[in-house]
Unconditional design. Structure first.
Length: 277
């Protein structure tokens, strides 16, 4: 491997892209690159321009430059429109498998949301939906929402906070909320440590599945109780019914329209839209 001092432009571009990929969402000043590669700011600026042109030509990834003394560059590993469509359609195909049907009209998704490749793809797509909302932190609830929320947080370069079903002594003082599940009509508890969310933060709520929206609404209410605002609510799959959810606005990637246990069929379609109730 060539030493940093002997790198030509092609080698330096590869190294720059690797550094950006390892630090999604982080504002990196030009000095970060000049010190690492021993190159002038003008040279690094040219390199970054070439990287940005390549990303724009490919339609994948987002590189933003910020001028001024406190400026630099930020990179987010977001998918191209074509990659989004391919992933969404493939997920629909996989979820239509009759073998995924569960009692009560549900569909098994655990193998997808816990698979690193699929969860990363889903997380990147969801991150693209909310990047302009400028969230500060991603909030989810244990346990199935964690893999997706972590990948969304990774793509945006944000911390992730997990709301617990039960409070833990190790998390110190907390905010606890009781809510009724829209699907089971059972009372559930949601707890978030006071130190987990900073007052004034913009919170992005992420979950794997939404039926009535009670869990998402509970997370929204917990964020509000802690003095935070909600940047958005994103879910992997939302059911078509009930049409009126308990959250006013949300983004879903897929819509589960029907599960026919008798006929052993699943109807799931892309849902690339903002739903308002």
């Amino acid at each position: 491997m060539a030493s940093i001092d002997r790198m030509n432009r092609s080698q330096r571009l590869v190294a720059i892209m690797k550094l950006l990929s390892e630090r999604p969402g982080e504002l990196l000043p030009l000095s970060f690159f000049t010190e690492r590669f021993g190159a002038a700011k003008s040279t690094i600026s040219e390199d970054l321009s070439l990287v940005k042109e390549a990303l724009e030509a490919d339609g994948s990834g987002l590189l933003r430059t910020h001028a001024g003394a406190a400026g630099g560059v930020q990179y987010w590993p977001l998918p191209s429109r074509e990659e989004e469509q391919e992933t969404i359609l493939e997920l629909c195909r996989l979820l239509r498998d009759p073998g995924r049907i569960l009692p009560g009209g549900f569909v098994s998704m655990t193998d997808l949301i816990t698979h690193p490749t699929w969860s990363a793809r889903i997380g990147a797509i969801m991150a693209a939906r909310f990047i302009d909302a400028a969230p500060d932190v991603v909030l989810t609830v244990e346990t199935k929402g964690i893999p997706l929320a972590l990948m969304v947080a990774r793509a945006l370069g944000l911390p992730m906070v997990v709301a617990r079903r039960e409070g833990r002594v190790t998390e110190g003082p907390s905010v606890t909320l009781h809510y009724i599940s829209g699907s089971t009509r059972r009372i559930h508890t949601m707890t978030v440590g006071l130190r987990a969310l900073q007052r004034g933060s913009r919170v992005l709520v992420v979950d794997d599945f939404m039926k009535a929206g009670a869990t998402a609404r509970a997370m929204v209410e917990v964020a509000g109780e802690m003095g935070c605002s909600v940047a958005g609510v994103g879910v992997f799959v939302a059911t078509a019914e009930p049409a009126q959810k308990q959250v006013e606005r949300y983004v879903s990637l897929l819509t589960l329209e029907e599960v026919d246990e008798g006929a052993r069929t699943v109807r799931v379609v892309p849902a690339d839209r903002m739903t308002k109730e």
